[in-house]
Design a protein around this ligand. Structure first.
Ligand code: DGL
Length: 283
């Protein structure tokens, strides 16, 4: 058995890399749906179908838990799949399986509150508001998941999402740093103009963007807190697997990387980010 990690492309590697550190002996299988990437401009129903297909593929390969290392899939498809597909699927394959995402850990990390906490909306006097900027795909921005879930827990945080259509695709294609810098700077400026000032905290709400976290850090004012999604996810999974020992994650340290797209070596930035040359096998 293994721990599956799913993304439309290379972005989920940012989470996978952290999971390798935390779950060293577990078997990890990564699936990139590069034939269908990017997801960020797709319709909701398409994202649900593609995410379900990716999870099934990973369960077929022996995953017991699939982590959606993709904000777009997690914000659009996760709840639907957990409620409408997983119960029947579990019965069909006759073993414990689950699909988890990265929105809950990120919200917990930003708000400093557990997921089951809901703020008393009428009681508290709000002295000051911190602004949180979320850089994400168009689909994630449209879901308003960060605005809604953060507001439930912290009314002293004002959330503004900035959709960055095309950015995940550029990273996927291995665009040069100079080009990525221009695009990121434009989005940081657009968000600043919309809010009237820079955000105090930023969520890189698309896992692809963690690969270019250095470029975001340079474009944002010094001292902006950037939430580290991979760390938040790995922390949450450690707590989850301590409670849920029914999931067998394997113990031979196997690492497999599958793609629905063109197999072979990945681009320089990914290799650099990963710390070793990375090659995908055909799914
Ligand atoms: N990396 C994914 C995310 O976190 C998907 C990007 C895309 O496919 O558009 O949203």
């Amino acid at each position: 058995m293994a721990l599956g990690v799913f993304d439309s492309g290379v972005g989920g590697l940012t989470v996978h890399r952290e999971l390798v550190r935390r779950f060293e002996s577990a078997d990890l299988i990564y699936l990139a749906d590069q034939a269908k990437a990017p997801y960020g401009g797709r319709l909701g129903e398409e994202i649900v179908d593609l995410t379900r297909a990716g999870c099934e593929r990973l369960f077929d390969e022996g995953a017991s838990v699939v982590v959606l290392a993709c904000n777009t899939a997690a914000s659009i498809a996760l709840r639907r799949l957990q409620q409408t597909w997983l119960p029947g699927y579990r019965e069909k394959i006759g073993r414990p399986v689950n699909v988890l995402g990265l929105i809950v850990p990120t919200i917990e990390s930003v708000t400093g509150q557990p997921w089951d906490y809901e703020a008393d909306r009428h009681g508290e006097k709000i002295e000051a508001v911190d602004v949180v900027g979320v850089f994400c795909t168009a689909a994630t921005a449209m879901s308003r998941v960060y605005e809604i879930e953060i507001d439930k827990r912290r009314q002293d945080l004002a959330v503004f999402s900035e959709a960055c259509p095309g950015l995940a695709g550029l990273i996927e294609l291995g665009a040069p740093t100079e080009e990525l810098e221009v695009v990121v700077r434009d989005h940081v400026d657009a968000l600043r103009r919309r809010i009237g000032r820079h955000p105090d905290q930023a969520i890189l709400g698309c896992t692809h963007y963690a690969i270019i976290a250095d470029i975001f850090a340079r474009a944002l004012p010094e001292g902006t807190r950037v939430i580290d999604q991979p760390t938040a996810v790995a922390d949450a999974l450690e707590r989850y697997f301590a409670r849920h020992t029914e999931y067998d994650l394997g113990s031979s340290g196997l690492r497999r990387f599958l793609t629905t797209g063109a197999p072979g070596p990945q681009g320089d930035r990914v290799t650099q980010f990963w710390g070793a040359p990375l090659s995908f096998e055909a799914s």
